[in-house]
Design a protein around this ligand. Structure first.
Ligand code: DHB
Length: 308
């Protein structure tokens, strides 16, 4: 069985969508609902509807992706309205929140909190693509300030989506902040921010916003994602679920994330490439791997990574 629990909600499969790809419109969310995904997660919502950055704003390479979408989304009310429909798919429905400022985040989360059929909130501390807005997740003091504001109001389970960290003291500093709040889950990682992909024929960048700089996803970010999953799994209480995100395109990738401590995983770049069929395919691959190793469930190997 690939069953797991996130924020107190049972999921029949540990695989679902990352916030971003194919989760902005009701039709896209329906497709995730109808697929083998274990949950439905919305595109990051702002207070008001946004068109996002000018196109081209997403580009795929053999090894992954670069994006600078700029938070195109329907506004949080749309994702709240969708909750009733989400419930018809009999799986948890999570709303990602990425307000443009602290006050926006508080307002959105107050409005979502306690609402029926909103299983949990994923607060995004790591959008790298809004010009002029720093990522809160790289400012530990500001992260604490925001979480203090948020937890004054929220009753619905709340988790955070973190940016990748690369320096060991930074893991400790963020973990020290998170330990002071009743966080339900931590999603590691958002894209590696502000990379640059180049088209050598054209001698040009490949996306239009921010002179071509954008968040990197796909194969190359898996080692960074695994390190972040592993670090937060070891640093936080075991009742905080770690959600792995980064470089997942096969059952073996999921196996690695779970070994590092993930309770569930999200698929981003590969979902964009393959569509919602990726959830059934990857799940079948993971079942095959688990069968071969004699593991009957996720908990049999979750977090059990060996060291030398
Ligand atoms: C966008 C990108 C992100 O990585 C994120 O966390 C939120 C929004 C975007 O550009 O739309």
């Amino acid at each position: 069985s690939l069953a797991t629990v996130v924020a107190g909600c049972p999921l029949s499969s540990c695989l679902y969508n990352a916030s971003g790809p194919l989760c902005t419109t009701a039709a896209e969310l329906d497709a995730v609902g109808s697929s083998e995904a274990g949950a439905i997660l919305s595109k990051s919502a702002t207070l008001e509807k946004r068109q996002g950055n000018p196109s081209p704003r997403y580009f795929e390479t053999t090894w992954g992706s670069i994006n600078s979408m700029g938070l195109p989304n329907e506004g949080y009310r749309y994702y709240l309205d969708y909750a009733k429909r989400a419930a018809t798919f009999n799986k948890p429905y999570f709303i990602s929140v990425s307000g443009l400022g602290f006050e926006d985040n508080v307002a959105i989360i107050r409005a979502l909190s306690g609402q029926e059929h909103v299983s949990a909130i994923e607060l995004n501390l790591s959008c790298p693509n809004v010009p002029g807005k720093p990522q809160t997740g790289y400012d530990f003091e500001q992260s604490r300030v925001l979480l203090e504001m948020i937890f004054e109001h929220v009753t619905t389970p709340l988790g955070v989506k973190l940016p990748p960290y690369f320096d060991l003291p930074h893991f400790e500093m963020m973990a020290a902040v998170l330990r002071d709040f009743p966080i339900a889950f931590v999603t590691c990682i958002n894209s590696i921010g502000n990379g640059l992909v180049i088209d050598t024929d054209q001698e040009s960048v490949v996306i239009k916003p921010k002179s071509g700089f954008g968040g990197i996803g796909g194969d190359f970010i898996k080692p960074t994602a695994l390190a972040n999953v592993r670090k937060f799994y070891t640093l936080l209480d075991k009742d905080v679920a770690i959600i792995g995100c980064g470089g997942i395109k096969s059952g073996m990738d999921v196996f690695e994330h779970i070994l590092c401590g993930a309770s569930a995983v999200q698929v981003g770049t590969q979902l964009m490439r393959e569509g919602v069929g990726c959830f059934a395919r990857i799940a079948a691959e993971l079942r095959e791997i688990m069968g071969g190793k004699g593991y009957r469930d996720i908990d049999s190997f979750k977090g059990k990574l060996k060291t030398l």
